[in-house]
Design a protein around this ligand. Structure first.
Ligand SMILES: NC(=O)c1ccc[n+]([C@@H]2O[C@H](COP(=O)([O-])OP(=O)(O)OC[C@H]3O[C@@H](n4cnc5c(N)ncnc54)[C@H](O)[C@@H]3O)[C@@H](O)[C@H]2O)c1
Length: 483
């Protein structure tokens, strides 16, 4: 211990070794070699995976960062008590899912895991800690958590500081986002002890983040900003998706519209790709959280405004599935439909709230035969998602679904292919070869607008792209059916 004390000038730990805790702490350790960083989790299997050659999550660049820092100043441990005791700063990056029971079910954030983590820290700590909210939390959570953390203050004679430091990384680009963040946000109370904690966290980040990108605010602004950032991003996706439906009726092309609109500097071009809809563990959950907070504060109109973003997203997923069914002559029963991509976006194996599951559910209800391929998602995960998202009840997977490890095999004898994730490799396939092996007419439904649909149409495919004009709708004299 004595030699270790010399080796490390500071000790940090993180509760929660998930999609956020793992990569965030790996980059922190990489950039702060004199700081000891230990990631802990209540799930010992998750820790085993972080200590193995095959990491529990897929992120470009993550393996390299972990390999460099692990064993040097980055550690993964299941001994939560010991690690908490020896750490001066504790990040809490546990899951905060949407509540499934009781008051606020379906909307409010379930803070059970966060509160348990805070209780744990309070119980085992033997010195004051800087506790950092890394999870996304409802505004004013720190107020409640501070009470939990400091419930023993009268016996111990000291209190723990609580800061908000929400994580803005996006899965698929997490390492780049962490290495070069647009901004780092740190919220803290005005009390001197808390401001000292803010300075300590600023010191950590300033190892690699330019000072002007480190923003310090009050606690509530910081907590709320994370929810607002996700709501704004999701709102852009829903906005362009709403327009995609209008494009299909009018002969406008959503890609052209998005380009024209996005070239306006005031608007910008990011997050304007029309698609089957957003997924992932955050957008929907965080917007529901925002909606719930607004409702609880009596702001009905504000709540309804933000809820519309989710309503539009659900509409888009449903609309895509309906297009498949309608265009295949209103029946997909017994037809083989290939689901290309199961992850909620490219460059991740994460499938939480993936649109693929929602589309699969609609198609399974129509008794389509589903053949699924994803370059990163395991069959085990897909089978679990079938049950979790109600695609098919437990034990019925084989009736209507298969998972393939070769995309060409997945497409053999298929009636249609539906692109559900924007994986780059899908663009590079030999589509002529795929066409040759499919039934006629062969359909392609591009839920991400990544394929060259004109080229596919020339090969003979019947094509559908989100927000793309129907073949005869571009001609002024032959307006589309909804014109
Ligand atoms: N995934 C993202 O892209 C992303 C981005 C930004 C913010 N966030 C937010 O970060 C938080 C974590 O998200 P995630 O995707 O990493 O979740 P996750 O489910 O991948 O990981 C959470 C981990 O916390 C562990 N855990 C739960 N209670 C614990 C406890 N008391 N002590 C130690 N470990 C505990 C779980 O076992 C799990 O491994 C959420 O609030 C989320 O909204 C997520």
């Amino acid at each position: 211990m004595a030699s270790e004390a010399k080796e490390f000038e500071y000790r940090i730990c993180c509760l929660g070794a998930g999609y956020v805790g793992g990569p965030t702490m790996a980059v922190l350790a990489l950039k702060c070699p004199t700081v000891k960083v230990t990631v802990v989790d209540i799930n010992p299997k998750q820790i085993e995976r972080w200590n193995s050659e095959k990491l529990p999550i897929y992120e470009p660049g993550l393996d390299e960062v972990v390999k460099e820092a692990r064993g040097r100043n980055l550690f993964f441990s299941a001994d939560i008590d010991k690690v908490v005791q020896e750490s001066q700063m504790i990040f809490v990056s546990v899951n905060t899912p949407t509540k499934k029971y009781g008051v606020g079910a379906g909307k409010a954030a379930d803070l059970k895991y966060w509160e348990l983590a805070a209780r744990h820290i309070s119980k085992v700590s033997k010195s004051p800690k800087i506790v950092i909210e890394k999870s996304t939390l409802p505004v004013r959570t720190a107020h409640a958590m501070s009470q939990v953390l400091n419930c023993n203050k009268s016996q111990t004679g000291y209190s723990h500081s609580i800061l908000s430091n929400p994580e803005f990384l996006a899965e698929g680009t997490a390492i780049q986002d962490l290495l070069k963040p647009d901004r780092v946000l740190i919220g803290g109370n005005q009390a001197e002890q808390d401001q000292a904690a803010v300075r300590k966290l600023v010191w950590i980040y300033s190892h690699w983040v330019p000072k002007e990108r480190i923003l310090t605010t009050n606690l509530w602004s910081s907590e709320l900003s994370k929810l607002v950032a996700n709501a704004f991003l999701a709102q852009r996706v829903s906005s362009i998706n709403a327009i995609s439906a209008l494009c299909e009726k009018t002969g406008a092309d959503v890609t052209e519209v998005a380009k024209a609109v996005g070239m306006d500097n005031r608007i910008g071009n990011r997050f304007l790709n029309a698609s089957v809809g957003f997924g992932g563990s955050c957008f929907q959950k965080d917007i529901y959280n925002l909606v719930y907070i607004c409702e609880s504060m009596g702001l009905k109109e504000v709540a309804a405004y933000w809820e519309q973003v989710i309503i539009m997203n659900d509409y888009q997923k449903r609309r895509f599935a309906s297009q498949i069914i309608q265009r295949m002559f209103n029946t997909v029963s017994g037809k083989k439909i290939v689901i290309l991509g199961w992850a909620f976006k490219k460059d991740t194996g994460d499938t939480r709230e993936t649109p693929a599951a929602y589309v699969a559910k609609h198609l399974a209800a129509e008794r389509a035969q589903l053949s699924i391929y994803d370059p990163q998602v395991t069959e085990e995960r897909i089978r679990k998602d079938f049950v979790e998202y109600g695609v098919l009840e437990e034990g019925r997977f084989e009736e209507l679904a298969t998972v393939e490890t070769d995309p060409y095999k997945a497409c053999e004898g298929a009636h249609a292919v539906a692109i559900m994730t924007e994986w780059t490799e899908f663009k590079e396939y030999d589509w002529e070869k795929i066409y040759q092996g499919m039934q006629r007419p062969a359909f392609v439904f591009d839920g991400r607008n990544i394929l060259d649909l004109s080229a596919l149409a020339l090969m003979g495919f019947q094509v559908y792209g989100i927000g793309k004009p129907l073949p005869d709708a571009v001609d002024m004299d032959k307006p589309g059916s909804g014109y």
